[in-house]
Design a protein around this ligand. Structure first.
Ligand SMILES: [Zn+2]
Length: 81
């Protein structure tokens, strides 16, 4: 829960900065990340692994060392959610 809250706060801070600092692609990723953060819960299993649970009660294992998530988003955009 703390990870999700901290990610949400970081995203809000980033979005509050002047938009000229971001490419449209990066801004789109940040906005999507905020949407996902509001729909998911993060449970940290260790310093390198966690489980993400969606509102539909689906679970995805995240490995921060391998930079993978079972949902596949992390491998695509390097943002674990
Ligand atoms: Zn994922």
């Amino acid at each position: 829960m703390d990870v999700s809250f901290n990610r949400h706060q970081d995203t809000l801070k980033s979005l509050a900065r002047p938009r000229a600092r971001f490419t449209n692609f990066a801004l789109h990723l940040l906005e999507n990340s905020l949407d996902y953060a509001q729909q998911r819960q993060v449970e940290v299993s260790s310093t390198t692994e966690g489980v993400i649970t969606t509102l539909q009660d689906k679970h995805y294992v995240v490995d921060l060392v391998l930079q993978t998530c079972e949902c596949g988003h992390y491998q695509v955009n390097c943002i674990p959610y």
